[in-house]
Design a protein around this ligand. Structure first.
Ligand code: B12
Length: 217
């Protein structure tokens, strides 16, 4: 017999939108932690990704999966709001975030943005496909404490490196910390790009920003 959580992962992976949203509500009603629900979504997205690689799914399915996840996010967000201790009262620091050029994935970045705001950070979100120049201009205008680069494509790692190299060239690299995330970031990618740290999920992004701005955990 399958558990509700297994059914949940399968419903998202199989694009059964109605069932996925219905189980989301059941999990919320049962008091499941929002990050646990998002963790299950991540597992489902792994399966979607694998099916795409195996040519069982194509672009429309990726879009559909993205759409289902957006809707789940809308259901889960108010719950995170209620659970948050920060609720945006004190501003611990400014984070400038964006998906690097060439990459259009933003679901993960939006969750990071949302979680940072909930935890008391001012977030300036530059959106997707952000050029190196757009980052440089926004940094000059906003003087962030932290810059976050998001990207899900392998190509994004080159774009991250280019962006960080541009910070070096402009002589501003040491004015702020840089975190990267999205997709398969690891220590090797960290070294390659020259960022200060990577985070595999939104909570890690929050923890990095807390550490760098001296906010007690
Ligand atoms: C949904 C999706 C899409 C949607 C995106 C919709 C959107 N608005 O974002 C659409 C349909 C547009 C899309 C398009 C494409 N996609 Co796509 N997509 C996906 C899919 C299925 C899910 C990605 C996702 O949103 N996951 C859910 C989020 C919540 O993931 P998460 O990792 O848990 O997010 C957390 C962390 O990443 C972290 N995080 C994120 N950002 C940051 C930033 C910082 C600073 C930190 C610290 C942390 C952090 O926190 C997040 C929240 O906890 C993945 C498969 C997969 N397994 O990831 C493929 C995938 C990423 N896509 C892929 C591909 C190939 C494409 C296309 C090239 C397809 C095509 N032929 O056109 C295009 C590229 C378009 C472009 N130029 O970007 C490949 C990438 C392969 C590669 N290694 O390069 C993948 C891996 C699928 C696969 N297995 O082949 N895609």
């Amino acid at each position: 017999m399958t558990t509700l959580k297994e059914d949940y992962v399968a419903s998202i992976a199989d694009m059964d939108e109605d069932k996925a949203l219905e189980i989301t509500q059941q999990l919320i009603d049962a008091g499941e932690a929002p990050m646990e629900i998002l963790g299950l979504c991540r597992s489902a997205m792994e399966i979607v990704g694998q099916r795409f690689e195996q040519e069982e799914y194509f672009l429309p399915e990726l879009m559909m999966a993205g759409d289902i996840l957006e809707q789940i996010g809308a259901l889960v967000r108010p719950l995170m709001d209620a659970n948050s201790e920060g609720s945006g009262q004190t501003v611990h620091g400014t984070v400038l975030i964006g998906t690097v050029h060439g990459d259009l994935h933003d679901i993960g970045k939006n969750i990071v943005t949302f979680m940072l705001e909930l935890n008391g950070f001012k977030v300036i979100d530059l959106g997707i496909d952000v050029s190196t120049k757009a980052f440089l201009d926004a940094i000059a205008a906003n003087k962030p404490d932290i810059v976050g680069l998001s990207g899900f494509l392998t190509l994004a790692f080159d774009a991250m490196k280019e962006t960080l190299d541009a910070f070096d060239d402009a002589g501003i690299r040491n004015n702020f910390k840089v975190m990267i995330g999205g997709g398969q970031v690891d220590d090797q990618i960290l070294k390659f790009t020259g960022a200060d740290a990577f985070g595999i999920n939104a909570m890690e992004a929050v923890n990095l920003c807390r550490k760098w701005t001296g906010v007690a955990a």
